[in-house]
Design a protein around this ligand. Structure first.
Ligand code: C2E
Ligand code: CA
Ligand code: CA
Length: 741
């Protein structure tokens, strides 16, 4: 197919060339159509002596019938003037021929002069009007001189019109070219198209070259962006003294005068993008034949049209630069990573691994040492990564505290390298710090080629999970992909379940270790899927957080908690219930109002409510969370800091925290019998807690030993399976009755 098109173009070219030759040999064709042979002979001999301007000779073709004429016309489309007799085979043969020429052959260019020996046969005005005839004459009026002047004037008109038509055609090419160029925003693509279009415009093209440089004074040092034809061997090089010597002067002139230097065979076009940056571009075009005046003009028009193209590219690159780099740190950002992943071929996909690195304790560092400090940490890490990883690797800051690198699958992550990447002594502001990182190695071929966003967020959630579990290095495998896929499908189900209010709550009692009395409950969310299986909160809560569903979930759970509280209060149990809130809830503008409205609606005292927020979440955006917690305190709701001891700077900030009680994390309690360190931590928390007047709750108590140890250490309240697992309201009511006995 391609070949077909090409040979077709070739034929058309040949045809054009033939026309050019005829133009050059300086003849102009006219056709006389006449069935009166004597008259025609006289006409031909009269015209033979006519010399047109520029020494152009007439070439006179003759036809003696409309039929013959149509054959000649179809083989000589370049006939400039037709003298046609109105009456031939039929009374109106001439007239019908005219309409065939104009309408069927579509020849609007040829001049048509009607002649008639029977004046009045075809009324002049109407014919001219209806048939697009240029002139109408009586044979008797066509004397020698008159004939010469008619032919000469029609020649001038024809010449003028045909030049216009040609120019129109070329202009169309230029416009089309400019249009096809204006939608290209990448330099290589743009410049290739520019060269192709120039070749198209000047026809006899030998090759072209586009080079560019910053603030060029001489051509030396310019970088060749695109080169075709006779310049092909220069593609990609930096120009030195030995290149392009034969047009050195023209290039220099273009640079000095910032103008196009268009000459017969080799032309230099000059462009700059000084409104946006310092770049200038030189286009060199070589043609095999000297450019005509028309070509030169077209080249100029074309250049006008594309100069904005260079500026557009510079502008778009600038915008791209802004969109793809972190503005403060000048490091490629998440968008950049996204783009790189997006444009991978399936082969590249198989050969690439994504390394993601999370700076541990970033929020805590920011909290303790300030924003400036953490920015410096990021810059330090960025440089460090460049030192340890292959030089070609592009490091991106893909999250606020996460770096991502795309590496070749064959690059070996040795144990030493992993060590370096997971823990490092870094120097910030002249002081040495140990920072640790969570490292994820994700070979992309363990995943289906998916949208970049999905890949990045998969990696992030895996990294987060690892970081939470204190794992320094994980390698992503097919197993992880399966888990992630499960999380994705759970996400959809969870959304529906929340919408349909299908989640429920269970309550777990809190017991006073001294009196054995029940002093509270914790309300815990439960989710049963349609297939009957339960998904544990440790699995669905992170999903809800990641999917932005947590606020809806917590509001739903809060309402269900209020229902349960109402049931208990109505039965005469005035025991407080704690509900869990995440930092997203606390920072949400509507959350507080929702809670207060709900309390009013149920008509229950807010003193019977306690809000639990984890230590790590309360510290993530410390000031704003504190502010939010204060509002609940004013309302009469107590605050409990959950999972205490697992955060980074807990002990340092205990004195400022807005809270009534703190809950010692289950991990310390469960280690009591086996790890002495846990005893130390719990003792420390108890001491500090007492000092700052917090009541201390220990959670996850499963054994009598743990209970006694905590009681002896001075812990007030306990929660755990030893007393009761979380129970649905009906079971809880039975349990309460039994416990009281
Ligand atoms: P949490 O707030 O620390 O809740 C205590 C968890 O420890 C509960 O797990 C509870 O069932 C479990 N637990 C209590 N005693 C024992 C024990 O003696 N041994 C053991 N092994 N576990 C015990 P659960 O119900 O699976 O909830 C897990 C976490 O999910 C909760 O930890 C809480 O952070 C979160 N969560 C639960 N419900 C909600 C909710 O409605 N909203 C939010 N935002 N988070 C919730
Ligand atoms: Ca809790
Ligand atoms: Ca807890």
């Amino acid at each position: 197919m391609e070949q077909l098109t090409e040979s077709y173009i070739f034929l058309e070219e040949a045809d054009k060339n033939q026309q050019k030759i005829e133009k050059l040999s300086k003849t102009w064709k006219i056709l006389s159509i006449e069935d009166d042979l004597d008259y025609q002979r006289a006409l031909v001999s009269s015209l033979e002596s006519l010399i047109l301007p520029d020494r152009i000779r007439l070439r006179i073709l003759t036809a003696n019938s409309a039929f013959e004429a149509s054959i000649i016309l179809s083989t000589h489309p370049d006939i400039g003037l037709i003298l046609v007799d109105v009456v031939m085979e039929e009374d109106d043969s001439g007239l019908r021929l005219v309409s065939t020429i104009r309408e069927e052959l579509g020849n609007a260019l040829v001049r048509i002069v009607l002649v008639t020996g029977q004046p009045g046969f075809a009324p002049e005005k109407e014919v001219m009007h209806a048939l697009d005839v240029d002139e109408y004459w009586n044979k008797t009026d066509l004397k020698h001189d008159k004939l010469h002047s008619i032919v000469s004037s029609n020649f001038r008109t024809w010449n003028y019109i045909s030049e216009l038509a040609e120019a129109n055609q070329s202009l169309q090419i230029v416009l089309d070219a400019a249009r096809s160029i204006s939608c290209r925003y990448e330099l290589p693509n743009f410049t290739r198209t520019v060269l192709a279009e120039i070749a198209n415009i000047i026809g006899a093209n030998e090759g072209g070259l586009i080079c560019m440089g910053n603030n060029l004074n001489t051509i030396k040092g310019a970088h060749v962006v695109t080169a075709t034809g006779c310049f092909e061997n220069l593609a990609g090089i930096t120009i030195s003294d030995s290149h392009l010597t034969e047009i050195h002067e023209d290039l220099q002139k273009a640079l000095n005068q910032k103008c196009h230097v268009i000459t017969g065979l080799r032309s230099v076009l000059y462009f700059e993008t000084k409104d946006v940056n310092e770049k200038c571009y030189l286009i060199v075009v070589s043609s095999s034949k000297a450019l005509t005046e028309a070509h030169i003009n077209l080249l100029k028009v074309f250049s006008e049209n594309i100069s904005s193209g260079f500026t557009n590219i510079a502008l778009i690159n600038r915008v791209t630069e802004l969109a793809y780099t972190h503005s403060d740190l000048n490091i490629p950002n998440r968008n950049w990573l996204k783009k790189e992943i997006q444009k991978m071929s399936s082969l590249e996909w198989k050969q690439t691994r994504l390394i993601m690195l999370d700076v541990k304790y970033y929020d805590e560092m920011k909290f303790t040492f300030g924003y400036e400090f953490t920015q410096n940490v990021l810059i330090y890490v960025y440089k460090l990564l460049h030192e340890i990883l292959p030089t070609s690797s592009q490091v991106t800051l893909s999250g606020h505290k996460q770096f991502s690198i795309l590496l070749d699958i064959n690059f070996e992550l040795t144990p030493e390298l992993i060590d370096k990447l997971t823990s490092n002594e870094i120097e910030v502001d002249g002081v040495a710090h140990i920072t640790s990182f969570t490292l994820l190695d994700m070979p992309l071929d363990t995943l289906d080629q998916n949208s970049a966003i999905k890949i990045i967020s998969m990696a992030e959630s895996e990294l987060k999970q690892a970081s939470l579990n204190n794992i320094a290095y994980i390698q992503h495998s097919q197993h992880e992909t399966d888990l992630i896929n499960r999380r994705y499908s759970l996400m959809g189900e969870l959304r529906n379940s929340i919408r349909e209010r299908k989640l429920s709550v269970m309550l777990q009692p809190k017991v006073c270790l001294c009196s054995g009395e029940i002093v509270g409950f914790e309300s815990l969310a439960r989710w049963q899927r349609d297939d009957g299986s339960f998904v544990p909160p440790d699995e669905f809560i992170p999903i809800a957080e990641a999917a932005g569903l947590i606020i809806k979930l917590d509001c739903l759970i809060f309402e269900k908690t209020m229902e349960v509280l109402k049931t208990l209060v109505d039965m005469g149990y005035r025991i407080p219930i704690a509900f869990n809130a995440s930092s997203v809830d606390l920072l949400h503008p509507d959350y507080f109002n929702f809670i207060t409205n709900c309390i009013t609606r149920y008509g229950l005292p807010s003193e019977l409510l306690e809000l639990e927020v984890t230590e790590s979440q309360s510290i993530a955006d410390y000031d704003r969370i504190q502010e939010s917690l204060q509002r609940f305190v004013i309302l009469g709701i107590k605050i409990s800091i959950d999972d205490f001891g697992t955060g980074y700077s807990s002990l340092a900030h205990i004195s400022n925290i807005t809270a009534h009680s703190i809950k010692i994390d289950r991990s310390f309690v469960s280690q009591l019998e086996v790890d002495e360190n846990s005893e130390h931590v719990i003792n420390m928390i108890l001491k500090l807690g007492k000092k700052f007047n917090f009541s201390i709750v220990a959670e996850g108590i499963e054994t009598e030993y743990q209970k006694m140890w905590l009681k002896n250490a001075g812990c007030d309240i306990a929660q755990g399976y030893l007393f009761s697992k979380p129970l649905a309201i009906q079971d809880l009511i039975e349990w309460l009755a039994a416990y009281r006995k």
